[in-house]
Design a protein. Structure first.
Length: 239
């Protein structure tokens, strides 16, 4: 992979933490970037506050395949281009005891965290495979690897997303598509997290800009050394 000039990227699940850091980093490389979340108003405010001129904002519920397809159509098909990098960063986090989980809430979390990844990954692959190139990256979590008390909704969905990434990597790698899964083992230093814990040592949280750099590194890897899964955590995090 070369520089970001003339490359196109789309980031699903953009908020003020990792998502925004990714958009800022990719746009800084000269990529044409589309940012996606459920609330386009919030997206536009984030974009404008960060001074990201030229970045497009799109509203999308990733659990709905038709909405995901429409975003890809607006971002790429209209200009007759395929994405070079697609990041699935959408997620939910709703702790609850197993005795109290509403089945509808369980399904909703799976639809966003897992089915949403399928919709995004499939739409990306359909555009990348004919070009024989591209990178698809999925954001995972500690719960991608092990379940914990009160995290059944989250872990089940994240387990599924990890399985999806593994299947896609094995199927699409020989066709020139790099699929990666990033296990984020720790708390990201979002503005909200910093505000809630103002005295917390910054070294105990993952820096969003450093995380974004890691995603770019995965995208830039030569095809002879592609990474399927990478886990990242602060140096002090227990694991």
């Amino acid at each position: 992979m070369g520089s970001g000039r003339n490359e196109r990227a789309i980031v699903f699940g953009v908020g003020p933490g990792l998502g925004l850091a990714l958009v800022r980093r990719l746009a800084g490389e000269g990529m044409a970037v589309a940012m996606v979340a459920r609330d386009v108003g919030k997206l536009e405010r984030l974009r404008d506050a960060a001074g990201l001129q030229g970045v497009t904002a799109h509203a999308c519920d990733v659990s709905k395949g038709d909405e995901v397809a429409a975003v890809f159509g607006a971002a790429f098909d209209a200009i007759g281009a395929a994405p070079d990098l697609v990041v699935f960063n959408a997620s939910t986090f709703e702790p609850a005891g197993i005795l109290d989980i509403d089945p509808a809430a369980f399904e909703r979390c799976w639809r966003i965290d897992c089915l949403g990844g399928f919709h995004v990954g499939q739409q990306a692959a359909r555009r990348m495979v004919p070009e024989g190139r591209g990178t698809i990256l999925f954001t995972g979590a500690t719960a991608s690897l092990r379940g914990s008390a009160r995290l059944a909704k989250f872990a089940v969905a994240k387990f599924g997303l990890r399985a999806l990434a593994q299947c896609m990597a094995r199927e699409l790698g020989p066709q020139g598509i790099h699929v990666g899964h990033v296990v984020i083992d720790g708390q990201i230093a979002t503005p909200t997290a910093r505000k809630r814990q103002p005295d917390r040592d910054p070294d105990t949280m993952l820096d969003p800009d450093a995380l974004a750099e890691t995603y770019v590194h995965l995208h830039r890897q030569p095809r002879t050394v592609w990474t399927l899964e990478l886990d990242v955590r602060p140096a002090v995090e227990k694991f």
